[in-house]
Ligand binder design. Structure first.
Ligand SMILES: [Zn+2]
Length: 372
């Protein structure tokens, strides 16, 4: 690959809920990795953010330009693409403009296709016997999604999404697919996944108990399995509350109060048909998260725009009320000082409770051992 002019991958960034251990119950785990890409030698990337000033930009593109490398042929192991005759250039691999671009813009579909081939070849060379792997080409037009099965026939996915960092910020132009509409192959929408990951790292560094917030995310994901809320909605609610409730009030005896806060916050959001995006237009964002000025200055983005239709809001509210009732019963029975052993026995018949049991065992180890 060293003689090609494909984008250069940097260290992978683990993103998404599976790596943090709170992927939704009943879903096949998807381990999502963001692959930051750099321009290859002799090329530069220019980020075009599109005509509108809306953030996040969804029609942003990555324009590729060639740069003069005359006089540096030895050092860069290449001929200058701009000032070498076409006949001589046949001796080296085509430029990125002629391999993975469409009209001078980096093409996310061609990039994904190229990496799929590279991964397929790399897998063959690795001689892995504990796992079988197939590349899912249906669901990975703009990414590279591997369907992996281990010797015990457990299945999981590994998904590589590509991204180019915007200046030195925590915002990337990424190859992720925009939900609900077709994404052109040369569009690279702005993504906040790295900024969100850095926010959780910031919380872990500033709180006792490090990644304590994962317990809340895990329990919420269990309690709301099958309801019409996305994992991203839950994560957004918890991120907002982590900046408004002092971090020392998230531990021990306050656990049930905070669970109550999370469910109430979500309930209010559905009633008001408004859940603000956490990164965009949020003036509570710690300075350590490096954002573009327009992200801080933008008006908040309503993630519940789609439920302004009152029929959808009513259905969501009724599901949420049901969930709150179940959760409230569940949490009341799990009194911090004396979890109800009947409930723990009952869990053997209830798939959601069964999945929640390891979490409860971690919270109340003595009681859970006794009930088991
Ligand atoms: Zn030149």
């Amino acid at each position: 690959m060293s003689d090609t002019f494909y984008p250069v991958p940097e260290c992978l960034i683990e993103v998404g809920s599976t790596f943090e251990g709170w992927c939704p119950v009943r879903n096949v785990p998807v381990f999502c990795l963001l692959v930051p890409l750099l321009a290859p030698r002799g090329h530069t990337f220019h980020l075009d953010l599109g005509s509108t000033e809306k953030v996040p930009a969804t029609d942003s593109c990555i324009r590729v330009e060639l740069e003069c490398t005359c006089g540096r042929e030895q050092e860069m192991s290449m001929l200058c693409f701009l000032h070498t005759s076409a006949k001589q250039l046949k001796r080296q691999c085509p430029s990125l403009l002629h391999s993975l671009c469409t009209n001078s813009y980096l093409d996310a579909e061609k990039t994904a296709r190229c990496f799929r081939e590279l991964i397929k070849n790399a897998w063959k060379c690795m001689h892995v016997s504990e796992f079988t792997m197939e590349i899912d080409t249906v669901k990975s037009r703009r990414s590279c999604r591997l369907h992996v099965r281990d010797l015990n026939k457990r299945i999981f996915y590994v998904e590589f999404v590509f991204g180019v960092q915007q200046d030195d910020t925590d915002i990337f132009l990424s190859s992720h697919e925009i939900v609900f509409r077709h994404t052109p192959s040369t569009a690279w929408p702005q993504s906040c996944v790295v900024a969100e990951k850095k926010f959780f790292q910031y919380i872990a560094n500033h709180a006792q108990g490090g990644n304590f917030y994962l317990r809340y995310l895990q329990l919420c994901a269990y309690l709301m399995a099958g309801l019409k809320f996305t994992i991203y909605d839950l994560k957004t609610v918890i991120m907002h509350l982590l900046t408004t409730i002092p971090l020392e009030r998230w531990h021990g005896k306050d656990f049930l109060l905070r669970m109550d806060d999370i469910l109430n916050y979500l309930h209010c959001c559905v009633e008001e048909k408004r859940l603000d995006h956490f990164i965009i237009g949020n003036d509570m964002m710690p300075e350590e998260i490096i954002l573009l000025q327009e992200f801080r200055a933008s008006p908040p983005l309503n993630m519940f725009q789609h439920i302004l239709n009152s029929g959808v809001a009513r259905r969501k509210l009724s599901l949420l009320n049901m969930c709150c009732r179940n959760a409230s019963g569940f949490l009341t029975n799990c009194n911090v000082h004396s979890p109800d052993s009947t409930l723990l026995k009952k869990s053997s018949r209830d798939p959601v409770l069964t999945l929640a049991l390891p979490l409860l065992a971690e919270l109340w180890p003595n009681k859970c051992r006794a009930a088991a």
